[in-house]
Design a protein around this ligand. Structure first.
Ligand SMILES: Cc1cc2nc3c(=O)[nH]c(=O)nc-3n(C[C@H](O)[C@H](O)[C@H](O)COP(=O)(O)OP(=O)(O)OC[C@H]3O[C@@H](n4cnc5c(N)ncnc54)[C@H](O)[C@@H]3O)c2cc1C
Length: 299
């Protein structure tokens, strides 16, 4: 049962991690009455350290969010609700969002709901995700100290991954039936010093040792693979926002101001870009927050 009269805000930000906190900070500083709803399931919760975000390099990912949240909540015009928003709609009065048994309303929404990673189904891989198995070389490649790196193919787009990683170490490319490089691609890989391993991968052991179908063990310091990304929340689709498609998954279509195809709904962070990281999420969030505020002023 929903309460009859929904609480009204100037804007509701859904998702209170890097992108959402950044959007909310702009709106808070514009003195708007604001609600942030967050389920607390950050994409990088598996990693011990976050790299590549200016001023916070190497810091524990949750600590960055906790500090940003504390600074945001010092603004008296900001309210916070923990929980998963399950439904969002719009009518001629604006938008309403369901959270547990409450309906909350605002004329503007910012979606900062992130994505979920679907990992290749290989025994031992999920347990090592964020520790010795990664997707982003900029985030975790440097710490492998130019050591032994594997790239596990997840589809044709993994060729790109295998061609990049030699800047971070000595690369073995496990094609694992997900792609069959043609002669030109093989030559390109060889020119970059990549060893191609066509045998099937059975499981991961130790730090990142790959066990092949015939029992061969390839000892590695780290393994990279592409995940399939899905929206962490159906809210954008419920609202009728158009999505774009990439080989890695779908994401919310936005313009340069982070406005979605539904007027009044802004989107930022991983949910609204083909590939993201913390710095980009924070930048997108700042843009989405400022754009939502300008929409309040100028339509
Ligand atoms: C293993 C791993 C390691 C990574 N390491 C790095 C790194 O070192 N450096 C780097 O820059 N990037 C790294 N990344 C990428 C980084 O995690 C993302 O780019 C970043 O988290 C995106 O921020 P975001 O705010 O868009 O989404 P998220 O951080 O995923 O946050 C989304 C938030 O929205 C909430 N939410 C979703 N739906 C709802 C809903 N319906 N109602 C309420 N709340 C909702 C979620 O619970 C979550 O709190 C890593 C990713 C992974 C998977």
């Amino acid at each position: 049962m929903h309460t009859e009269c929904p609480a009204r805000y100037d804007a509701i930000v859904i998702g209170g991690s890097y992108a959402g906190l950044s959007a909310a900070l702009q709106l808070a500083r514009a003195r708007r009455r604001l609600l942030v709803i967050d389920a607390g399931i950050r994409r990088n919760r598996f990693a011990l350290a976050s790299h590549g975000f200016l001023g916070q390099d190497g810091r524990e990912p949750g600590a960055i969010v906790a500090e940003a949240r504390e600074q945001l909540l010092a603004y008296p015009n900001v309210q916070w609700r923990d929980g998963m928003a399950t439904d969002a709609r719009h009518d001629d009065r604006g938008f309403s969002v369901s959270l547990a048994d409450t309906r909350l309303a605002a004329p503007y929404l910012v979606l900062a709901t992130g994505v979920k990673d679907e990992l290749p189904s290989i025994e031992g891989l999920a347990q090592r995700w964020g520790r010795s198995v990664f997707h982003c070389p900029y985030c975790h490649g440097y710490e492998l100290n130019e050591g032994r790196i594997g790239v596990l193919a997840a589809g044709p787009h993994s060729l790109h991954h295998a061609l990049m990683l030699p800047h971070w170490g000595q690369v073995t490319f496990f094609t694992n039936g997900a792609l069959e490089p043609d002669d030109a691609q093989r030559a390109e890989l060889r020119a970059r010093g990549v060893r191609i391993e066509p045998r099937r991968v059975l499981r991961l052991a130790d730090t990142a040792t790959v066990e092949l179908e015939d029992g061969t063990r390839v000892v590695l310091d780290g393994l990279f693979t592409a995940t399939h990304m899905t929206m962490a929340s159906p809210l954008a689709e419920q609202l009728g926002c158009e999505l774009d498609e990439s080989p890695m998954g779908r994401y919310i279509r936005t313009d340069a101001l982070k406005q979605t195809t539904v007027p009044g709904v802004f989107a930022c962070g991983d949910a609204a870009r083909m590939a993201g990281n913390v710095a980009l999420a924070v930048g997108d969030g700042a843009q989405a927050g400022a754009s939502a505020h300008r929409a309040m002023l100028f339509g």
